[in-house]
Write a protein that binds this ligand. Structure first.
Ligand code: MG
Length: 300
């Protein structure tokens, strides 16, 4: 199976912050957004480390290779934020779509740590593939807050999981079935805090290219006041083709699978919060505040 994609990307400091601590990565193997935290000249280092580790992945990496890259990023953020570095306590989110290999075929792997997001758009609509590791998202999942209350909550910047905090980082991951016509959007909370999901969906559907969609979304966030750094990477799946020479082998594999008890969960279609092997759950990690609260946050 071969997946053909097009993409677009942009990041902006926004209207309030003095520097941009988001980092982005756009293809050809990994499409990612990282939102750094930890004060001036630290959060940007952390997010840059995260995307650099992902950019070093080979083409069609195995799932374990991708997860190892995320863990390597975590270790490097911790090492470069060691006591005396001047970057103590820095951390970063990471939300990424990877053209990875599973059972010998190219497939899509989403990995996530923190409260940046990966969305999927298809005929069924816009769904959030990832689960936010944030205090308010956990309160919504526990039924303590409504989504509307969470959107305006003063603690909405508090994340419960990030790279750079614990030596053992728990990485959520999802295998997603690729289909022609799908779009994926990786974005930082600076986008989702300014633009409602239904408007994000409208823009993704109406713009002619992923770059045009990203540019419109960033522009809308700026028009809305962009109280945080704003980043977006959009990917369109143009074609998913099966190599004819592999059809026979593929049939054999399926026949064999029918005879053998299934011990491993198969490829899943992306349902929000669905997890292949590492369920997202409440984290024992200490809560962090992303970046410096903006004047708007402080006033609310
Ligand atoms: Mg942010």
């Amino acid at each position: 199976m071969t997946i053909e994609v097009r993409w677009g990307s942009a990041t902006h400091v926004g209207c309030v912050r003095s520097n941009n601590q988001d980092s982005i990565l756009a293809g050809p193997v990994v499409f990612a957004v990282a939102d750094g935290m930890g004060g001036h000249a630290a959060g940007d280092v952390a997010s840059a480390i995260a995307v650099a580790c992902m950019a070093a992945l080979p083409s069609a990496p195995a799932g374990d290779t991708v997860l190892d890259a995320v863990r390597a990023a975590n270790a490097e953020v911790i090492a470069r934020g060691a006591p005396g570095s001047g970057r103590e306590g820095m951390g970063t989110t990471l939300s990424a779509l990877v053209l990875a290999e599973r059972d010998g075929e190219e497939s899509l792997l989403v990995v996530n740590v923190g409260d940046s997001r990966t969305y999927k758009l298809d005929a069924d609509g816009l769904t959030q593939v990832t689960a936010d590791h944030s205090l308010v998202a956990e309160m919504v999942r526990d039924g303590e807050l409504t989504r509307e209350q969470a959107a305006g909550h003063r603690a909405r910047n508090v994340v419960t999981r990030a790279l750079g905090i614990d030596r053992e980082v728990k990485v959520d991951h999802w295998w997603v079935r690729p289909e022609a016509g799908q779009m994926y959007l990786m974005c930082s909370d600076g986008l989702t805090n300014e633009i409602p999901a239904d408007e994000v969906e409208r823009v993704l559907r109406s713009e002619p290219t992923p770059q045009a969609a990203v540019d419109v979304l960033i522009g809308q966030a700026l028009d809305a006041g962009a109280r945080d750094n704003v980043s977006a990477v959009a990917v369109v799946v143009d074609a998913v083709t099966v190599d004819a020479s592999l059809v026979e082998e593929d049939t054999n594999r399926r026949a064999k699978a029918a005879r053998t008890p299934v011990t491993e969960q198969g490829i899943i279609d992306a349902v929000p919060g669905s997890v292949v092997s590492e369920p997202a759950g409440p984290s024992a990690a200490p809560a962090l505040v992303t970046g410096v609260p903006s004047p708007v946050d402080a006033a609310s």
